[in-house]
Design a binder for this molecule. Structure first.
Ligand code: 2AM
Ligand code: CA
Length: 266
């Protein structure tokens, strides 16, 4: 294992076990609403501190971009992109689907990613060129060829309702054409599930880099494709993303471009 991936895994597990342990205290937590339906608790903040302290111990010179504390810029080719608790809304309801997500870029290129689900003890990881793993097993995307038999994951818009109708038109089309749609509530885990074939594809709009950076690399290293919604690879910038096994990407992209106007996909 690459030393950077090893440090990322240690940090993700430490933060993840801390979060899981706090599940029994949910009622006592101080929760702020950062924006419409966008919550942060002291748990997110403390988990982020655990991760940053671990990174600083091994790589004090690296830059960091973290969901809760923002950018800590250094003069370095390396940047760590951290979501200490992806699926905060789930966590705050005691709904066990959330994760820690940590990615590392070098000169802007995704190089390492880990996603840790402390409720199932599943660590998804990848380094560029090295394939993807869940714990110690190699993982691959599914072999599903058609929408007809596919199980998809998505994220339903929860704060920007401008494109609610367009999203619902797209959702309806997938509802009619596939075997089913799930809305688990953690973008990072949705991507991890594409990577290990639990779902055949995933789409969502308006995401942030820390939701998707680690997952995108893990999907690619598991043999899957990740695209923005204009057929390019600017998903970290646009926040609009499709991830799928290579056989399903075209059909998914087609449904999305047929139902969601370009202005919302850009
Ligand atoms: P977060 O918990 O780190 O904010 C899924 O749609 C993504 O949106 C998740 O990765 C989640 O990341 C984010 N999100 C934030 N608030 C949400 C909400 N109220 N409902 C669903 N997802 C939310
Ligand atoms: Ca997130």
């Amino acid at each position: 294992m690459h030393p950077i991936l090893n440090v990322a895994s240690i940090a993700a597990k430490e933060a993840g076990y801390f979060i899981a342990n706090q599940m029994r205290n949910i009622e006592q937590l101080n929760v702020e609403e950062k924006g419409r339906n966008d919550y942060v608790s002291e748990i997110d903040k403390h988990a982020e501190k655990i991760i940053i302290d671990t990174i600083r111990k091994y790589y004090p010179q690296h830059s960091i971009l973290a969901e809760e504390s923002g950018a800590h810029k250094k003069d370095s080719d390396f940047e760590w992109i951290i979501d200490p608790l992806d699926g905060t809304t789930n966590f705050l309801h005691g709904f066990p689907q959330f994760a820690v997500s940590i990615a590392v870029t070098e000169k802007g290129r995704l190089m390492h990613g880990v996603i840790f689900d402390p409720t199932r003890d599943e660590l998804f990881s990848a380094s560029r060129g090295g394939g993807a793993r869940m714990n110690n097993y190699r993982i691959r995307v599914s072999e599903q060829k058609t929408l007809k038999n596919a199980l998809l994951a998505t994220g339903i818009p929860y704060y920007n309702f401008e494109f609610a109708d367009a999203y619902l038109a797209c959702f309806k089309e997938f509802m009619l054409q596939t075997a089913g749609i799930r809305r688990p509530g953690s973008a990072a885990l949705d991507l991890a599930y594409v990577a290990c074939g639990r779902v055949d594809g995933y789409w969502e709009l308006n995401l942030k880099p820390w939701d998707i950076a680690a997952g995108a690399l893990i999907v690619n290293e598991a043999g899957g494709l990740v695209s923005d919604m204009l057929g390019g690879d600017k998903y970290l910038e646009s926040g609009n993303l499709i991830a799928a096994n290579p056989k399903m990407m075209k059909a998914m992209a087609q449904v999305i471009s047929n139902t969601i106007p370009k202005e919302y996909r850009a």
